[in-house]
Design a protein around this ligand. Structure first.
Ligand code: ASP
Length: 237
């Protein structure tokens, strides 16, 4: 399997250029990549924006057409699931019956790229998203093409914000607190993926590009550094 999952947060030119390099390498042997914009409301606009942002390699990406989406997915030699709202995305993946088809093509070896919401739905469930439940999916179950959970856009500690020139403490919950609430009910480990970071997964082993924090239901969190190699239980090699 060839899976690449990103957090997003590519707000600088350096990060955007790294993202473009990763995408062109990831889909180097693909000619017909299906782009799934279901996490956003305006599918067409999102697809046009994606193709424009990719430059010359944008021609191999084809936006999902809901009327023939099933055949399009099965014929694809690559899949890119973009970000947006994870509830909307997971609802529509179930509603249009795309879950099994996507799992099949990825298990057959088609490279999968997920960014943000697209990373959430690559996990066993979408339960570690940061998103608001703006629609009701029929299930939280997701693609399960990686065996661990991801919390994208992860940051450590609490928020400090600026207002009228002063820095202020927000006093809200930290991400770590939210993930520990998840672990009061579930035992699957969670990778808190920092902005601008990626996970490569080959079906057995993961490799981190960037930074991440790993959370477990029965042990202390671990910091993963760039290049860390780990198994499906987030145990470091
Ligand atoms: N809304 C995020 C995205 O950009 C997903 C998340 O934060 O869980 O797709």
């Amino acid at each position: 399997m060839r899976v690449l999952l990103g957090s997003g947060g590519i707000g600088t030119e350096e990060r955007r250029s790294k993202f473009r390099d990763l995408i062109s390498d990831h889909f180097r042997d693909s000619e017909n990549v299906v782009f799934i914009p279901l996490a956003t409301h305006d599918h067409e606009k999102r697809t046009v924006r994606l193709k424009e942002s990719l430059g010359p390699i944008g021609t191999k990406f084809h936006g999902l057409n809901l009327d023939r989406g099933f055949d399009q997915i099965l014929a694809a030699d690559g899949v890119y699931v973009g970000g947006g709202n994870s509830f909307l995305l997971n609802r529509d993946l179930h509603k249009y019956g795309f879950i099994d088809a996507l799992r099949d093509v990825v298990k057959r070896g088609a490279p999968y790229l997920g960014v943000s919401a697209g990373s959430n739905v690559a996990c066993p469930t979408m339960m570690t998203t940061n998103d608001m439940p703006i629609v009701m999916p029929q299930s939280y179950e997701a693609l399960g093409i990686v065996p661990f959970q991801i919390n994208p856009h992860y940051y450590p500690g609490k928020i400090t914000f600026f207002s009228e020139g002063d820095s202020n403490d927000h006093f809200g919950e930290s991400r770590q607190q939210r993930i520990s609430e998840y672990h009061q009910h579930e035992s699957i480990p969670v990778l808190g993926l920092w902005e601008g970071s990626y996970v490569e997964w080959d079906g057995n082993r993961g490799r981190l590009i960037g930074r991440a924090s790993a959370f477990f239901y029965d042990s202390e969190p671990l910091e993963f550094k760039d290049g860390a190699i780990f198994d499906g239980n987030l145990v470091l090699e």
